[in-house]
Each structure stands twice: as structure tokens, then as C-alpha cells.
Design a binder for this molecule. Structure first.
Ligand SMILES: *Cc1c(COP(=O)(O)O)cnc(C)c1O
Length: 353
């Protein structure tokens, strides 16, 4: 830190992303990226934007927004795109929290939330998950705070039923409830809160192209809410980064949205591999939570997670281990291709001896 860094941010602790090593033959199961390439139409769509790159991108992302709105069954005015859903989470916290309006979230969830609170000077109200990592919905009754919930949650992989989330939305009518659905496409039908958006003016659903659409590097997310919340988000967006979506990413996102068959096929493949991975880990004595995501969360009664993570790394297999309280003995393993998971299990067997 230089002596010029502002004292208000001196205590800032930046987010630690999953390692991005560039080693040939690496099996990268540490950042919940999709193992399959983007939809086949993405390449031509991105190439088609090159000539227009001398111009600024479309401020309203009209093409992409239309594709998202059609897929989600909402009017385009209910959609706002972001430079990754990380940006939409930032816009939402900036818009709906301040020194006097804390952000409430679980103790074990996306670890970006406390970082954003720190950056933006927003008090964090941390509510512990139950012992079994399920959401203690009653703890969210009439909080008087803005709430963010990842559903399915990360890194636990657990899904909270829509009915329980709806209750939280109903019990906090005067505050926004932001539901981060980064993994919902892997959770099966009926898992999303999207159908509730028309019913509640305080509900915002946040989605991303990073996981189920194989576009993590394009940095593209979107949120869906009634026009009031979207207008507030736009006021913040136009106060710092009006051209937040670049033309190449917009084209990539629209092409990915257009290919429903490819999306269904790749999501189904990941869900099949997830079932096999879960079974393989349980056979080896791991406790594995029932995953509704593209990763599994697992712990072994005899083998320390940190040691396993290190031994896998030595064999060029990256998985994620967290040092936070309560989850120190757990591993988060992204679901890769069947071939990658074979390499993972071979390395795991060697690590376990
Ligand atoms: C991966 C992930 C995101 C996605 O972030 P992007 O900025 O869209 O890549 C959002 N929330 C959670 C909980 C995630 O795990």
C-alpha cells in the first residue's frame, strides 16, 4: 500500500478469486467455469462486431436485452445487463445500501459480498446458516435491511426452495431482496425466483453468462426486476460506467442466448457428470452435499481438505479450498468433462494413498 491510498480504504481486503494458472494439461476445477466451449454461433457473432469497434457500444444493449427478456418472459424494461453479475451486485449494493441501510447475507456464501460492503462503506449484517448449511429463513423476518441471497448457494451448492425465498421477500416489503441465481440453470425446473418478479416490486434476480453459458471471460451478467429497481440501478450505472458492456460481449451473449438446444445439451451433460462425481466421492468416504450447481462441496472424515487440495495441485488438478470458519475441511470441486473428472479421481486416489 502506498502512502497515497485513502485512509477510508486502508482496511480494504480484496476478494481472492480462484487461481488462474496457465499450465499445459491443467485440470482446472477451481473457479466453477464451464468445461464446454461457448455455443457454436458465438464465434461468428463476435467476429461480426470487429468493424463496428471504432464506435462506442450500445448504451442500452438493446439486442442482448431483447434476447434475455424473451428468454425470461419479461419486458425489456425489466432487464439490466452488467459487466459480469459482480457488477450488478455492486450496482445494487450502491443503489440500495448506505451507512444506515446494511446489507444482510449468510456467513457462508459468495465471499464477494463482504468485500463490496467494505469498498462501499456499507455495514454487513452476517446471518449464520444452520449447522447443516441450510438457510435459516426465519432469521430474515422483518430485517429492515437490504438482503442478498445466493440461490443455489456457493460454496455449499444447496438450493433453498422458491417458497422459502418468497417468504423472505414478503416479510421485507420495504427493502430489496437480491437473489443471485448464478447457478440456477443447474438446479432443475422450478428453482428460479424469476416467476415472482412480476408479483414483488422489491425482488431482484441476478443471473450470469459465466457458468451455464460458458462465457466467464466475456464478463456478462444481467438482472431482472420491476422497472423501479432497474431505473435506480441505471442511475448508478450512468454515474460511473455508461458503456459497461462492450460490443463483443454483447454479441457473444445474444448468440449464446439464441442457442437453446446447445444450452440444454451442455447443462444436461454437466448434471450427469455431477451425479457420477458425487457417487465417486461418496464411494471414497466423502460427505457430499446434494448439489444444485456445477460444483460439489465435499469433506472427508480422515483426510484434511487443505492437504488434499495441495496434493491435487501437485498433480496439476486445481480445486478450491476455503480457510473461512466452518468450511475449512471442505473442498469445492467444479464439474468438468467426464475425462477431466477421471483425471481428478486418479489424482485424488493418489493423494489419499
Ligand atoms: C460465479 C458467481 C457469480 C458470477 O459472477 P460473474 O461476475 O457473472 O462472473 C455470481 N455469484 C456467485 C455466487 C458466483 O459463484
Amino acid at each position: 500500500m502506498s502512502r497515497f491510498f485513502t485512509p477510508t480504504l486502508a482496511a480494504l481486503e480484496p476478494y481472492t478469486p480462484g487461481e488462474q494458472l496457465a499450465v499445459p494439461g491443467l485440470v482446472k476445477l477451481n473457479a466453477n467455469e464451464n468445461p464446454y466451449p461457448p455455443a457454436p454461433g458465438v464465434a461468428a457473432a463476435v467476429a461480426g462486431t470487429i468493424e463496428g469497434l471504432r464506435l462506442y457500444s450500445d448504451l442500452t444493449e438493446a439486442k442482448l436485452t431483447a434476447a434475455i427478456a424473451a428468454r425470461c418472459g419479461v419486458p425489456p424494461q425489466w432487464v439490466l445487463c452488467g459487466n459480469g453479475s459482480d457488477e450488478n451486485l455492486l450496482l445494487a449494493i450502491r443503489a440500495f445500501c448506505d451507512q444506515n441501510t446494511p446489507l444482510a447475507f449468510a456467513d457462508i456464501t459468495y465471499s464477494f459480498h463482504p468485500v463490496l460492503c467494505n469498498l462501499l462503506g456499507v455495514p454487513a449484517h452476517v446471518l449464520p446458516l444452520r449447522e447443516d448449511f441450510t438457510l435459516d429463513t426465519a432469521a430474515y423476518d422483518a430485517l429492515g435491511e437490504t438482503i442478498v441471497l445466493a440461490n443455489p448457494n456457493a460454496p455449499t451448492s444447496l438450493l433453498t426452495p422458491v417458497g422459502a425465498i418468497e417468504r423472505i421477500v414478503q416479510r421485507n416489503p420495504d427493502h430489496p431482496v437480491i437473489v443471485d441465481e448464478a447457478y440456477v440453470d443447474f438446479a432443475g425446473p422450478g428453482a428460479s425466483c424469476l416467476p415472482l418478479v412480476a408479483k414483488y416490486e422489491n425482488l431482484m434476480v441476478v443471473r450470469t453468462f459465466s457458468k451455464s453459458r460458458s462465457l466467464a471471460g466475456a464478463r456478462l451478467g444481467f438482472c431482472v426486476a420491476q422497472p423501479g429497481l432497474i431505473a435506480d440501478m441505471n442511475r448508478v450505472k450512468f454515474s460511473y460506467s455508461p458503456y459497461n458492456i462492450n460490443s463483443m460481449s454483447e454479441a457473444a451473449g445474444a448468440a449464446a442466448m439464441a442457442d437453446e438446444a446447445y444450452f440444454q445439451k451442455t447443462v444436461a451433460a454437466i448434471c450427469r457428470t455431477r451425479a457420477e462425481t458425487t457417487a465417486g466421492l461418496r464411494q471414497r468416504g466423502f460427505t457430499v452435499l446434494d448439489s444444485a450447481t456445477n460444483f460439489v462441496f465435499a469433506a472427508h472424515p480422515q483426510h484434511e481438505a487443505a492437504a488434499l487440495c495441495g496434493a491435487l495441485r501437485q498433480q496439476n488438478v486445481l480445486v478450491r479450498h476455503f480457510t473461512a470458519p466452518r468450511i475449512q475441511n471442505w473442498l469445492r470441486v467444479t464439474i468438468g468433462t467426464p475425462a477431466q473428472m477421471q483425471r481428478f479421481f486418479a489424482a485424488l486416489d493418489a493423494a489419499m494413498g
